[in-house]
Design a protein around this ligand. Structure first.
Ligand code: FMN
Length: 190
């Protein structure tokens, strides 16, 4: 069986186009400064010839872990368990223009969420949370500016592993590893 010599086109074929409003979910795994692993789901904002971008709160646990240790892993799962893409790489802060464009592309709900994503708000009882949410929306009739704590990360992959199910045979894994001279590719069990 022949396979592409590099993973970019295959990942682009698997992932939705960047302008598709239905954004894929991915698990982002990090390791904290003290070596503790953690994982959570985020939306993939975009994918390009450099890597995978996601956006979050600069004061979040994941942002603190990435600043201390930029090694991350990403895992995407497709509906029906038909495909999985696992990425290892290093995260860096995305360019300011990309971060700003990502904020503008978020729904009004997610733009507002970025403003009210605080420990103080999180402590409030449900009724107060809803009242403050409505009041915040009412006081910003023309939309939301980008909050200071909105940040984005670009994950530059060093390894990408494409898993495909097969009803009539074992599942298939294609692993790409970045080297100084390009990508190596291997077929793996599992
Ligand atoms: C489907 C789904 C999508 C999410 N997308 C994002 C996202 O794009 N960015 C984000 O910061 N948090 C997102 N979250 C919330 C995170 O999973 C997580 O709870 C939050 O970012 C705090 O993570 P941390 O404390 O590990 O930093 C999403 C949660 C779910 C369930």
């Amino acid at each position: 069986m022949s396979e592409p010599s590099e993973p970019w086109a295959l990942a682009a074929e698997w992932l939705p186009a960047n302008d598709d409003p239905e954004r894929p979910q991915m698990t982002v795994a990090t390791v904290s400064a003290s070596g503790e692993p953690d994982a959570r789901t985020v939306l993939l904002t975009e994918f390009d010839g450099q890597g995978f971008y996601f956006h979050t709160d600069a004061l979040s646990r994941k942002a603190a872990s990435i600043v201390a240790n930029p090694a991350v892993a990403l895992a995407f799962l497709w509906p029906g368990f038909s495909r999985q893409l696992v990425v290892q790489g290093r995260a860096e802060v995305a360019p300011a223009a990309e971060i700003a464009a990502a904020y503008r592309s978020r729904s009004p709900y997610l733009q507002q969420l970025a403003w009210l994503n605080t420990f103080e708000y999180a402590q409030a009882p449900d009724e107060e949370r809803r009242a403050r949410w409505a009041a915040f929306a009412a006081s910003h009739p023309s939309g939301f500016d980008q909050p200071e704590n909105w940040i984005g990360f670009l994950v530059r992959p060093s390894r990408m592993t494409f898993w495909t199910s097969d009803q009539e045979a074992a599942s298939r894994r294609l692993e790409y590893r970045a080297t100084s001279g390009g990508w190596t590719v291997a077929h793996l069990p599992g």
